[in-house]
Write a protein that binds this ligand. Structure first.
Ligand code: CTP
Ligand code: MG
Length: 395
């Protein structure tokens, strides 16, 4: 019996079959099922054209009609259904110039990147495997479907995908595939960097990341990774980690010339990732200065503790005591500035003769610091008194 995640999707396939079309599970879900990894989403390939899928199911969202992909909403869940297709030339190394829909699943499997990703499975778990994907999985091999250089010329992202799968699965790369990766490497420069970033993120999180890095060096592919091409050794001996934020923080802390901000820009990451990376860098500087104290724990968001612990392990080979972090956090008088019992309006009211200005924020920052380190009680009267003694000079 297939795992539950396939069962709901099986109904979509059955409905397509009742309407005289073919449909199979394809791609990552079949690979992950066969390698015993968790399955995160289920993709369906079908002989039905997008317009035909739309006629059969009442709720269909056309997400990528030009590639033949629609989302079918079925019993409150979404499933991607993609029409069997072949792809034409990729003259810009990014997108096929034309997509042709076909009615034969084998044609569809033939245009896919690796044999382990070119297996179709029906609702009974029976597989259709014209390129020996099962055998490759059993041998732990990443091997292209057909001529390797052709697959990489169609889409150079597949070179990085091979490394990503190596990192996730611990598989080796088959000889011809490896040679073609090296030969076609320069085409990585033409890719939209966001696609590279998504693969890099999955790559650094893989349990066999070091094995992928060994390939990156052996095949001289680091030349095509922004930032790391300047200091490739930064990637050596890095432990796997689930986000790029600590990786980019590490770049800044280990390199004299590179910064986390430059990494974020080069890989076009989100503002959220930028904030996280910069928080980690700032946190590390605080930690270097004063160790793990109240101010440090206050400054570093709890969600980033694990990344920080990782960072310190990578840089100093030191262990941070999680219990100590919890103990200090539990004793913090406040957890955010909002919890201070005074705000800017109180200060203006207490010192009406002073013109408003930046001094108010500066005073509040100092109050925040003193309250956090328990040098000042978070009480209105105490804080008012403290300001009177510590009022900055006017002008
Ligand atoms: N450059 C690419 C990207 C994808 N594919 C094919 O499309 C499938 C789905 O692609 P995607 O979801 O990007 O990758 P997955 O292999 O499913 O991996 P993941 O589990 O990370 O989604 C792949 O299995 C592969 O058959 C391909 O041939 N070439
Ligand atoms: Mg997928």
């Amino acid at each position: 019996m297939l795992p539950p995640i396939f069962q709901k999707a099986s109904k979509i396939i059955s409905v397509l079959e009742e309407n005289q079309y073919e449909a199979y599970f394809v791609g990552g879900c079949v690979r992950d099922y066969m390698t015993g990894r968790p399955i995160h989403d289920v993709d369906i390939a079908s002989s039905a054209l997008p317009s035909e899928v739309q006629k059969i199911f009442p709720k269909v969202i056309p997400v990528g009609l030009e590639h033949g992909t629609v989302i079918v909403r079925y019993e409150q869940e979404s499933f991607e259904v993609t029409t069997y297709r072949t792809e034409g030339e990729y003259s810009d190394h990014r997108r096929p110039d034309d997509v042709r829909f076909v009615r034969d699943i084998k044609e569809d499997l033939k245009r896919r990147d690796f044999t382990m990703n070119a297996i179709a499975m029906d609702t009974n778990g029976k597989i259709l495997d014209p390129f020996g994907g099962k055998q490759a999985i059993e041998s732990g091999l990443i091997q292209t479907v057909g001529h390797a250089a052709d697959r990489f010329e169609e889409d150079a992202l597949r070179i990085i995908r091979a490394l990503r799968f190596c990192s996730q699965l611990g598989f080796s790369i088959e000889e011809d595939t490896k040679k073609a990766m090296q030969r076609c490497g320069a085409q990585i420069d033409y890719l939209a960097v966001e696609r590279l970033t998504a693969e890099l993120e999955k790559m650094v999180a893989g349990p066999f990341f070091n094995q992928a890095v060994d390939y990156l060096f052996a095949l001289e592919l680091y030349h095509y990774l922004p930032i790391f091409k300047e200091e490739p050794l930064l990637l050596k001996e890095l432990e796997p980690v689930s986000s790029l934020a600590p990786v980019f923080a590490l770049v800044e802390l280990k390199s004299a010339a590179l910064t986390a901000a430059a990494c974020i820009q080069a890989y076009k990451c989100s503002n959220q990732l930028k904030r996280q990376a910069l928080n980690l860098v700032e946190g590390y500087h605080l930690y270097q200065k004063n160790g793990i104290d109240a101010w440090f724990v206050y400054q570093l968001p709890k969600q980033q503790w694990e990344d920080f612990i990782y960072l310190v392990r990578q840089i100093d080979q030191a262990t941070i005591d999680r219990q100590a972090l919890h103990r200090i956090r539990n004793k913090l008088p406040i957890l955010s500035k909002k919890e201070l019992c005074v705000n800017g309006y109180d200060i203006i009211e207490w010192f009406p003769e002073r013109p408003k200005g930046k001094w108010i924020k500066d005073v509040l920052d100092k109050i925040e610091y003193h309250v956090v380190i328990s040098k000042l009680a978070n009480e209105k009267s105490k804080i008012k008194e403290w300001i009177q003694w510590n009022l900055p000079a006017q002008g």
